[in-house]
Design a protein around this ligand. Structure first.
Ligand code: ADP
Ligand code: ASP
Ligand code: MG
Length: 417
């Protein structure tokens, strides 16, 4: 007997029929003798609709009320799944974040989990054989008693955090693809499923745009050494061999077994904006005068390129920020123009960041150089580059994203044969 957390994303609970399919997946595990907690997302499209309603009600709305609204999607699916399970003869009840409770910070719309009391759920596993159906994405801030949400894609994080709190053996993430691929399989049909990925590599893939898992869920998996198995909810529950290994990707502390591959995967993100501050004075403190106020405004700066000054007097500074923060970043910098001392503010929002990830890069030289040559051969201009130990990223025009991803996927031998 084991203890499992099963998480189902939006497309997996998109309608009543799919919720009933999910219930049969849960029944399969219960019948196999496992104790099960299920974490559900809102029905697909629901959260987007709720977010849009908040914006329509007022573009600049109270984040605490935004959370009260958007947390409701998961409340619906948790109740519906509990009903579907009960109709299959399984003891089940739904839990909202505040009922468990899942305690979080008060950073509304992007709250962090600070503690989960799993004792009642564990008690019910043994005393009532009851399945816990938990609303993902949401929690409560203890001091104010207000509902919080964990940021988009946050149900993954709920699931891994709950798995850690319940001391589960594994956290299964059921989604609309049957694992983690070398890149988004919807963009590159030749992408290959990876059997195993290390936490470290998955952290890079997720933070650089592979939305199959929310970054923080991978961080938590790493911290608690909780194995995460990504698999498909669309497989028929009846077809799954309870003793076999289903198709999927195991994310764990183990190193990737594909040692002959230097590159594990390619991620991309169109949620970037490029800013260039022209002819700033080339003197100590000028970078701080730009990045200090951005940090104070809670804006994450990603890629940074600064040229060596030609005349020893002025230089240009280029960097990227999340597209959603662009307007605030622009306002922060332009309103401090006199203090910073620069001639011109330029920007480009139609850009994309393409990143190549692989722990093999530690021991292989020239991996990035190959990419630069391959992109040049396709006439794709690189606007900025960043590198770290196990990845590098290039910033390009958004229109070339797919071409660049496919080119690099082939270049590094990732295509399915
Ligand atoms: P859910 O609603 O189940 O949380 P998401 O839409 O958040 O599902 O994540 C699954 C999607 O992630 C897939 O449909 C796929 O298009 C996308 N994706 C991006 N990169 C990858 C990748 N490397 N491997 C698998 N899926 C990926
Ligand atoms: N429903 C939330 C979202 O769409 C959380 C999730 O699905 O993980 O972002
Ligand atoms: Mg998701």
């Amino acid at each position: 007997m084991g203890r499992l957390v099963m998480k189902f994303g939006g497309t997996s609970v998109a309608n009543i029929e799919r919720i009933q399919n999910v219930a049969r997946h849960v029944k399969r595990e219960v019948d196999a003798g496992h104790e099960v907690a299920v974490v559900v997302s809102a029905m697909s499209g629901k959260t987007n609709e709720l977010v849009a309603w908040c914006t329509e009600a007022s573009p600049l709305h109270d984040a605490r009320e935004y959370d009260a609204v958007v947390a409701s999607g998961e409340q619906v699916t948790s109740g519906l799944l509990a009903i579907a399970l009960q109709s299959l003869g399984i003891q089940a009840r739904s839990w909202q974040g505040w009922q468990i409770p899942i305690l979080t910070s008060d950073a509304h719309a992007s709250a962090r989990i600070v503690g989960i009391d799993g004792s009642e759920i564990i008690k019910r596993f043994s005393e009532r054989k009851e399945v816990a159906v938990i609303a993902g994405f949401q929690g409560i801030h203890a001091e104010t008693g207000r509902i919080t949400t964990l940021g988009r894609g946050g149900s993954d994080t709920s699931a891994v955090a709950i798995a850690a709190a319940l001391k589960a053996d594994r956290c299964d993430i059921y989604t609309d693809v049957d694992g983690v691929y070398t890149t988004d399989p919807r963009v590159v049909p030749k992408a290959r499923r990876l059997d195993k990925v290390s936490f470290e590599e998955m952290l890079e893939l997720a933070s650089l745009g592979a939305k199959v898992l929310q970054v923080r869920s991978v961080e938590l998996g790493m911290v608690h050494n909780m194995p995460i198995f990504v698999r498909s909810s669309f497989d028929k529950p009846e077809d799954i061999d309870p003793h076999g290994t289903p198709p999927g990707t195991l994310i764990s502390s183990e190193e990737n077994s594909m040692e002959n591959h230097v590159v594990t995967g390619i991620a991309f993100s169109k949620d970037e904006a490029q800013i260039s501050v022209r002819r700033i004075e080339d003197k100590p403190g000028v970078a701080a005068s730009i990045f200090g106020p951005l940090a104070d405004a809670n804006i994450n700066v990603d890629m940074i390129v600064q040229n060596v000054s030609e005349d020893g007097k002025t230089t240009d500074l280029t960097f990227t920020v999340p597209a959603s923060d662009f307007a605030r970043a622009k306002q922060t910098i332009t309103s401090a123009q006199d203090k910073i001392g620069y001639a011109r503010f330029d920007s480009e929002t139609d850009v994309a960041k393409v990143s190549v990830i692989g722990s093999g890069m530690r021991s292989h030289a020239g991996v990035a150089a190959q990419a630069f040559a391959a992109l040049a051969a396709r006439n794709i201009n690189i606007r900025a580059i960043t590198t770290s130990e196990i990845k590098f990223s290039v910033l390009i025009d958004a229109a070339y994203t797919e071409l660049a991803v496919r080119t690099l996927h082939t270049l590094y031998g990732l295509d399915q044969v």
